[in-house]
Ligand binder design. Structure first.
Ligand code: TRP
Length: 450
């Protein structure tokens, strides 16, 4: 079964690493990680998140890439093919469906937040933040999100741009990501430098890395685990699709390690840039989804050439969001092309329209319908909870179980072709027992069963 995907192949190992890192590094690292770490008390949360990356995220990422490369189609069809090959139930293809739906739902709100980042490119460039105080910056943010028309316009623009790229095929992405990642890293390091000099750096570091487990709730643990999936783009077939375009000779193990490392580094740097600013300006670490939009403009407002660096930063953030959003919709588009025999263009229009429509719910949840809550959660909160905390871990467990229990060891040894036997044994042990068990325990704990 050494076939090549009908959608083509990556030109090299580097191309895959870039694209997968482009998918992994996005709003999750720079926007979401700091604000959920802030809401969940910092250190202990960060530690649990790192642990989840290591023992759940990395092994499942290897499994997901492996299944994609062996299946060579959209996740739905890949799972069906692999299940048939392993003489298992056809219902495994439902896993692909779960992923397509999760991708839609995530992209619907992801695009709204990416729209915020786009709006901030213009705001920072205009110089409104020069010399701004914490209160001033917060006020600008509050006024912005209170305006549904503006949010809708930016959300629409982001969706259009995303679908245009997807329509041309994901592999055009390689070149963009190649300069994007190093540039983003450079600006983040610059921001950390600012935080060291002008922020409450020690306080920020101790908030991020000093673990105080009394602050952790079981809900917080679930959020940390869910975020490990979210930030690595796991559990919904995005990495599986990317894996399906991976040439057979590339090593999955070392590639995964590189992606995981880059992703984690970006998140930690973002935290190190943001929290010192939070404490130096007596702001609230738990201020929610607006956190980066309320903190970083302060830094840009006070550093030399701040407007230029700030503009560049938000442009890079938009690009990072863009290279991630593409992977959220690619499974759906690949499936429409394979099964509905639609052209790539038509598939993009349909998939994009549906996602855009659902996104309107998120746009409104920050203003007109902010008070409409269900168990204390707005529409945006519900989507985020449902996808990151439930659907992705669930999808991830299924991937782990399939790779560890259903697929034959003979096949997985061959497909992973790890250099050392003990590495393979460790991976197998993790996907067979540890990852599924960990996810199930965290699930049960969060609904108070144990
Ligand atoms: N990982 C991306 C981020 O951190 C978001 C993302 C892209 C994603 N593709 C995904 C999340 C697939 C879950 C599943 O911003």
């Amino acid at each position: 079964m050494r076939q090549i995907s009908q959608h083509g192949e990556w030109s090299s190992r580097l191309a895959f690493i870039l694209a997968a890192t482009g998918s992994a590094v996005g709003l999750g690292n720079i926007w979401k990680f700091p604000y959920i770490a802030g809401e969940n008390g910092g250190g202990a949360f960060v530690l649990i998140y790192l642990l989840c990356i290591l023992i759940i995220g990395i092994p499942i990422m290897m499994a997901e890439i492996m299944l994609g490369r062996r299946g060579r189609q959209s996740p739905i069809n890949s799972m069906r093919t692999l299940a048939t090959e392993a003489k298992a139930s056809r219902y495994w293809s439902w896993l692909g469906w779960l992923g397509v739906i999760a991708g839609f739902l995530i992209l619907s709100y992801y695009s709204v937040i990416a729209g915020w980042a786009m709006a901030y490119v213009v705001r920072v460039a205009s110089g409104v933040f020069e010399g701004a105080t914490a209160d001033g910056v917060s006020h600008i943010f509050a006024t912005f999100v209170a305006d549904p028309e503006k949010l809708l316009a930016w959300h629409s623009l982001f969706m259009i741009v995303t679908m245009l790229v997807v329509a041309r095929g994901v592999k055009g992405l390689e070149r963009t990501v190649k300069f994007l990642m190093p540039a983003l890293l450079a600006i983040l390091i610059l921001l950390v430098g600012y935080a060291m000099e002008r922020g409450a750096f020690e306080e920020g570091v101790s908030f991020l890395f000093k673990a105080d487990f009394t602050k952790m709730t079981s809900e917080g643990v679930l959020t940390a685990m869910g975020h490990a999936f979210f930030t690595l783009s796991l559990g919904m077939g995005a990495i599986m699709v990317y894996g399906s375009y991976l040439p057979s000779k590339v090593s999955i193990g070392s590639t995964t390690m590189l992606i995981g490392l880059a992703d984690t580094m970006v998140a930690l740097l973002a935290g190190l840039a943001i929290f010192p600013i939070v404490f130096a300006n007596s702001m609230e670490p738990a201020s929610g989804p607006g956190l980066i939009f309320q903190t970083l403009p302060i830094a840009f407002g006070h550093m030399a050439y701040g407007s230029i660096f700030g503009t560049l930063f938000f442009i890079l953030l938009v690009f990072a969001a863009w290279s991630s959003s593409i992977s959220l919709i690619e499974p759906a588009v690949a499936w429409l092309v394979e099964n509905k025999k639609m052209s790539r263009m038509r598939s993009c229009i349909w998939a994009g329209l549906v996602t855009w429509g659902v996104g309107i719910g998120t746009v409104l949840s920050f203003n007109l319908t902010a008070d409409v809550t269900f168990f204390g959660k707005t529409f945006f909160d519900i989507l985020d909870y449902l996808t990151a905390n439930i659907m992705l871990p669930l999808g991830g467990v299924c991937i782990a179980v399939f790779a560890g229990w259903v697929m034959s060891e003979e096949d997985s040894v061959k497909e992973l072709s790890l250099k050392r036997q003990w590495l393979y044994k460790t991976w197998l042990f993790l996907v067979k027992f540890i990852s599924p068990l960990a996810v199930v325990i965290v699930f049960l704990k969060s609904i108070d069963v144990i």
